[in-house]
Ligand binder design. Sequence first.
Ligand code: GLC
Length: 610
Amino acid sequence: MSIFDERLSVELPRLQTLFDGIYGDDRAARAELAALVDDLRRSWAERSPELRRLDDAHEADPVWFSSNQMLGGVCYVDLYAGTLEGVRARIPYFRELGLTYLHLMPLFLAPAENSDGGYAVSSYRDIDPALGTMPGFEALAAELRENGISLVVDFVFNHTSNEHLWAKRALARDPLYEDFYLIFQGRDMPDRYEATVREIFPDDHPGSFVPLPDGRWVWATFHSFQWDLNYENPAVFRAMANELLFLANRGVNILRMDAVAFIWKKLGTTSENLPEAHLLLQAFNAVCRIGAPSLLFKSEAIVHPDEVAVYIRPDECQLSYNPLQMALIWNSLATREVNLLAQALEERHALPAHTAWVNYVRSHDDIGWTFSDDDARVFGIDGFEHRRFLNAFYVDRYPGSFARGVPFQDNPRTGDCRISGTTASLAGLEAGDPGAVNRIVLAHSIILSTGGIPLIYLGDEVGQLNDYASLELPGHAGDSRWVGRPAYPAARYLERTDATTEAGALYARFRQLIETRKRTTEFAGGHLVAFHTHNPHVLGYQRGAVLVLANFSEHPEALDAERFGALPTSRVDLVTNLLVDLSPGLTLGPHEFVWLGPSPAFAPSSAPAL
Ligand code: GLC
């Protein structure tokens, strides 16, 4: 039996069961599945020997992504490097930084102006001609792979742009393609759906539907030019499975599954996080296990933490953004208290085997305060009021705030609001706050040490600031997230090797932390044990034998000796290599953190080189 047939025989029954769960006993669905098996066979025949070798290697080591060597970076091709060729030219820098994972923001054909930064895809098989070509993309993927860097791109599978061929045909009333979207005559069904769904981009349009020129209504969760696909139609699943396999064969290693929460709609519900959304993801996962076994999924579920967790399993999404940790890092920087972050690490950090978090300080999107109100109530915090405080704090409407963020989708009707901005501007660099550099480093020290893949928004390591001018560009007005997506900060990058500059000082500390992470095997995997510091400003956790302590206030904070109880008191700070004696207790300076190995034997001077 060929390896393909072996994999097919294992996974097809699962795919069949998932199809039954999604579509019931439906003849059309059965026909699509049979056709999909043929598609898979064709796609496998075209898969390169090199990618097949990678499939074997990753099947044999399904937790390769949990290594402490992993470090992610994310950037827009045009903003960071101009073109795909420009990205290739930056590979030496990616190696200097230590990247092993590169997320290139959407780079496919998209409407000229209204593209939501590429999240309105007009063809999954064509690269935006301004950025390069598909052969160029394939060559870049291969070159990254040779340099030990996995390529991550978005799979924007909840919707297409209104310029996608399928959308154009639907608009022209081709019945085959009308059924690819959720299109209704009149307001009856849209009204009934909208009675229970939340508004996602209220600045763009109220509700979930937008009118078509001929008076019909189409479901558009995000912008009016992003039309949601109708996964109730099994032909849509098969069509998108083929797009997925196409990308996998070009050399993509990880797909960032965009907007997973929204892919299944049901009348009378919020149409978010429905059981069928999970079945669909599992079905796509099964498709990969057969046709592109090394391909991984990263879930983009920026929702309640209970719901985020459900997407993360080896047979669904092996990786997931950690939006809770992200939001709570910013919460702790604003409140100077670690209660919610410590609770999240203790209660919500553990994941199933063979999965991992992607930990990040910020993304290209807004910061949403996705913590659980029940969790907050444990500390007497009212979720609604607290979000109001955080929003005011981060848009500098709170006395003494160091942050320079911009509101996103401010909805006075619901009180909902999110925050846009770069890490540096949000952390105080733009405002000239003296604690800014320390805050930026502290925030990154958390994502580098809690377990999972740390993901840096490239440019943040040299302190890039908000770009207000980009709001003036065509297609950007009304979407404040562009403030946080500045172009490659060339001057700052030039200064990065000069530690007397702001960028250089910051970069040196990033490098030091990254190098320390990479030689500290305790930072592999995701296992974390909470360490209660009994100081409201100091976060603590153990990663194996390494004790992490982090002071979120701008004042010195003391931990008394009894906190360390029976723990070994002779320590070394793995970042600075300095010996630390915990027997008299420990005082951390403003925003100071330490990664404490148990004994001098941990010091790199006496440890074998890794
Ligand atoms: C995701 C993207 C965001 C985009 C949306 C619609 O949330 O991160 O940038 O606007 O999906 O595709």
